[in-house]
Design a protein around this ligand. Structure first.
Ligand code: IVH
Length: 667
C-alpha cells in the first residue's frame, strides 16, 4: 500500500473503531461482534507497524499502555479545581437556595446529578484531540497522568462531531464499577493477595500506577460533568452536557433538571435507597444551578462555588451482634469465612451475613465471639464489618480462631507459601469443590452448558451420578428421568446441551478446566501462545513464566494441575469425549474461493454462531461486511432475515443466496 492510501485507511480505521468504542462503552449498545472488532483493530495494528510515522496519538492502539512514568509531571490548572460545600441536612439545601435567590435577581433552575465516589479528572483537548489528563491534586496543580487516562476506553481520545473549539477542558469522574472491583478482589484473594478496600481507593491507586499496561488491565470507567471553554456560549449546564454527549463523552443518564424544592426533595429521596441498585458507588447528590449566567454572577468562595452544593447520604451503618462464623469452600479449595449476624435492618434490607475475606481480616478486626460489630453497606451485595465495639465485649469472650479442618470433608487445611488463604487439599473428595468445579465448567463463559445450574449440579453429584466433569459426557437421558425436576423433555435438553458443549473452542475448554489463577482472559492468552493442550502440558516452568501475564504463581499452578494424576485421567476422558484440545487452526485460510468478495450474513443460521460464519467466510478469503451497501456483492439470507435489509439489497441489485448455495461456493 502506498503511504497516501495507508494514511487514509488508518484514519478510516481509527474513526470506525472509535465509533464502535463509543457504541460499546458510552452507549452500551455494540453492533458488531468482538471478532469483527478485533479484525478492524488488527488491521490498524498491522498498518501502523508498516507505517510508524502515521501512528496517531489518538489511535485506539495507544490505549493498551506501555509507557512507564516514574514521577508524574505537575500540571497547573488553568481554572482552579474547587471542591463542593456539602451537607447531610435537607434544611441546608433550602438555605442554599434562599441565599442564592438573595444574591441574584435572575430566575434559575437546578441540575441534579450523582456524586460519583471516584477520582476527579480534568481532560484537556486541543482541536479535539486529548492532550493532557490531570488529577485534581491540591486544586491549583495536579499530576499529569495522560498515559494512564488514555487506557480508559470511555475517555474519547479524539472528539467527533462539530462545534469543537480549539481549546477545551472537560472534567469528570473516573470510577470503578462494583462488579469489576469485586472481581478484582476475588482474583486477589484467590492469589493470596490482600483485598482492596473499596472501588474509590482502588481507582485512585490504579490511576497512580507507574506502568500504564497495568492500568489498562483494571477496568475503569469515566463520566463527564463539567465543560469549560472560552468560546462556546451555552446558556445552561444541561445544554453543555448534551454537547459533551455529542462529542462522544459518557454522561450520566440520571442527570435531572429540577425547578423547585419539592422536585429536588423527590430526587434526593428517590436515590437514598435506589443508590444501592446502581452498578457504582455514589455518596450523595450534587445540586448545581443550571443557568451559566447566574453561576457567573454568584461566583465562588476560596474553596467552593456558591452555585453548587453536595447533599451527602449518611453511610448506612448498623450495630449488631456476631453469632458465629461459617466457612465456605470454593471450587479451588479456598476457605472463606463469613460472619453470621443477629438480623438487623440496614438500608431497607435485613442483613444476616457479612463478608470477611480471610484469616488476616479476622485478626485485623480482632474479632471475638459474640462481639458487637458495626456493619456498613457499600454497593456490594453483602455488607462489611467495619468496626468492633470493644467496650461492649464480654471480658471472657474468646478470640475467633480460624478452623484447622475443612468444614465439608474434615481434611486438615493447608497454606500455600506466599498466600493469605487456607485451602482444603482434598480436591477430589471434597463435595463443595467437586460441585464448584462442575458448575464452573458448565458456566456460560466456559463450556456454556445450558440448564446445568448450581442446583442441578448439586443434585447430580448428591445422587452419585457424576463425580467430575468427564462424567457429564457419559450421562444418559434414562439416568436423569427418575430425578426430581426432570421430565423427558428437560432430560433430553440437558443431554443435548452437554453434547453441544463439545463444540466450544479450545480457549473456553482451557478456562473451563478451572486451573487455579487461569481466568477467562488469561486462558485466551495462553491459548494464543500454546495452541494445543499437549503443548501447554509439555511447556517447562521457565517457558511458562515467559508467557505474557504468567508469573511464577500461575506457572506453578499450571504445572501442578498437569502433574496431578487425577487430572491426567480426567483429561484423557475429556479428550476421548472429543472436546477441543487445540485451536481450530484449519479454519484459517482454507481456500481462496471467495478472495476479494464482500459478503454479508443476515438472519440466523442453525448450527452456526455469527462468529463461526464470519471465520468460515474469512477463511476462504471473503471480506465480511456488517451492513448492506453498494460495496456489498453477496448477501447470504438466513432465517428470520429482516425485510428491510432484503428490500434494500434487492433495490441495489445485490446477489442474494441461501446458505446451501453459500456452502456450494466454498466446497
Ligand atoms: S462538580 C466546582 N459534579 O466531588 C464543582 N463533582 O467535592 C466541581 N464529584 O472533586 C465538581 N460527582 O471529584 C461535581 N456530579 C459531580 C460530581 C463531583 C463527584 C466529586 C469531584 C469533586 C468533588 C467535590
Amino acid at each position: 500500500m502506498n503511504p497516501e492510501k495507508a494514511l487514509k485507511r488508518i484514519e478510516e480505521l481509527i474513526a470506525t473503531i472509535q465509533h464502535h468504542d463509543e457504541l460499546y462503552y458510552v452507549q452500551n449498545n455494540p453492533i458488531i461482534t468482538d471478532r469483527e472488532y478485533d479484525a478492524l483493530y488488527e488491521e490498524l495494528v498491522q498498518l501502523e507497524k508498516q507505517f510508524p510515522e502515521f501512528v496517531k496519538s489518538y489511535s485506539p492502539t495507544q490505549r493498551v499502555g506501555g509507557a512507564i512514568t516514574k514521577i508524574f509531571p505537575v500540571f497547573q490548572h488553568e481554572i482552579p479545581f474547587l471542591s463542593l460545600s456539602n451537607t447531610y441536612n435537607i434544611q441546608e439545601i433550602h438555605e442554599f437556595i434562599i441565599r442564592n435567590q438573595k444574591l441574584t435577581d435572575k430566575p434559575f433552575s437546578f441540575i441534579l446529578q450523582h456524586k460519583f465516589d471516584g477520582v476527579a479528572l480534568s481532560l484537556h483537548y486541543q482541536n479535539g484531540i486529548l492532550m493532557h489528563a490531570v488529577t485534581r491534586g491540591d486544586g491549583t496543580q495536579g499530576d499529569n497522568i495522560t498515559n494512564n487516562a488514555k487506557t480508559i476506553r470511555a475517555i474519547p481520545l479524539k472528539l467527533k462531531g462539530s462545534n469543537i473549539p480549539e481549546k477545551l477542558e472537560v472534567r469528570g469522574e473516573v470510577f470503578m464499577h462494583i462488579k469489576d472491583f469485586e472481581k478484582l478482589n476475588q482474583e486477589r484473594i484467590e492469589n493470596g493477595e490482600p483485598p482492596l478496600m473499596n472501588p474509590r481507593n482502588t481507582t485512585a491507586g490504579t490511576l497512580k500506577l507507574q506502568d500504564s499496561r497495568e492500568v489498562a488491565k483494571r477496568k475503569l470507567d469515566f463520566v463527564a460533568y463539567f465543560l469549560h471553554s472560552n468560546v462556546l456560549n451555552y446558556k445552561t449546564d444541561y445544554e453543555q452536557l448534551q454537547q459533551l454527549k455529542h462529542w462522544g463523552f459518557p454522561i450520566s443518564e440520571y442527570n435531572q433538571v429540577c425547578t423547585n424544592i419539592p422536585e429536588i426533595e423527590t430526587y434526593l429521596q428517590y436515590w437514598k435507597d435506589k443508590r444501592f441498585s446502581l452498578s457504582y458507588d455514589i455518596d450523595g447528590i450534587v445540586i448545581k444551578i443550571n443557568e451559566l449566567e447566574v453561576r457567573e454572577e454568584l461566583g465562588s468562595t476560596a474553596k467552593s462555588p456558591r452555585w453548587a452544593i453536595a447533599y451527602k447520604y449518611e453511610a448506612e451503618k448498623a450495630i449488631t451482634q456476631l453469632e458465629s462464623i461459617s466457612y465456605q469452600v470454593g471450587r479451588t479449595g479456598v476457605i472463606t469465612p463469613v460472619a453470621n449476624l443477629k438480623p438487623v435492618l440496614l438500608a431497607g434490607t435485613t442483613v444476616k451475613r457479612a463478608s470477611i475475606y480471610n484469616e488476616d481480616e479476622i485478626h485485623r478486626l480482632d474479632l471475638h465471639e459474640n462481639d458487637y460489630v458495626t456493619v456498613e453497606k457499600g454497593g456490594e451485595i453483602i455488607p462489611k464489618i467495619t468496626n468492633v465495639l470493644i467496650e461492649k465485649r464480654n471480658p471472657n469472650a474468646r478470640k475467633i480462631q480460624f478452623i484447622k479442618n475443612c468444614p465439608a470433608c474434615g481434611t486438615e487445611l493447608i497454606k500455600i507459601a506466599g498466600e493469605a488463604n487456607w485451602y482444603c487439599p482434598n480436591s477430589d473428595g471434597c463435595k463443595p469443590q467437586i460441585i464448584g468445579r462442575i458448575e464452573h465448567f458448565a458456566h456460560r463463559k466456559a463450556m456454556n452448558i445450558e440448564g446445568l445450574g448450581s442446583e442441578i449440579v448439586a443434585q447430580l453429584v448428591n445422587q452419585g451420578l457424576i463425580h467430575n466433569v468427564a462424567d457429564l459426557y457419559d450421562l444418559t437421558v434414562e439416568q436423569l428421568l427418575p430425578l426430581e425436576r426432570f421430565a423427558k423433555k428437560s432430560a433430553e435438553n440437558l443431554i443435548n446441551a452437554i453434547q453441544k458443549s463439545k463444540e466450544q473452542p479450545y480457549e473456553k475448554v482451557l478456562f473451563a478446566l478451572g486451573i487455579r489463577h487461569v481466568g477467562e482472559n488469561l486462558a485466551k492468552k495462553i491459548a494464543d501462545q500454546y495452541p494445543s493442550l499437549d503443548e501447554l502440558q509439555n511447556a517447562s516452568f521457565e517457558a511458562l513464566t515467559a508467557t505474557p501475564d504468567v508469573g511464577e504463581i500461575i506457572a506453578r499452578s499450571i504445572k501442578d494441575f498437569f502433574n496431578n494424576p487425577y487430572n491426567q485421567n480426567l483429561l484423557q476422558r475429556l479428550r476421548k469425549a472429543n472436546l477441543k484440545f487445540q485451536t481450530n487452526k484449519k479454519i484459517s485460510s482454507q481456500s481462496n474461493k471467495l478472495k476479494g468478495i464482500t459478503i454479508l450474513f443476515s438472519g440466523t443460521f442453525p448450527g452456526y454462531k455469527r462468529d463461526e460464519l464470519i471465520a468460515l467466510a474469512e477463511s476462504h478469503g471473503a471480506k465480511v461486511l456488517t451492513s448492506v451497501s453498494k460495496n456489498l456483492q453477496i448477501l447470504v439470507a438466513g432465517e428470520d432475515m429482516g425485510p428491510k435489509k432484503l428490500e434494500k439489497a434487492q433495490e441495489i441489485g445485490i446477489k442474494i443466496i441461501n446458505f446451501a448455495e453459500f456452502q456450494k461456493m466454498i466446497e
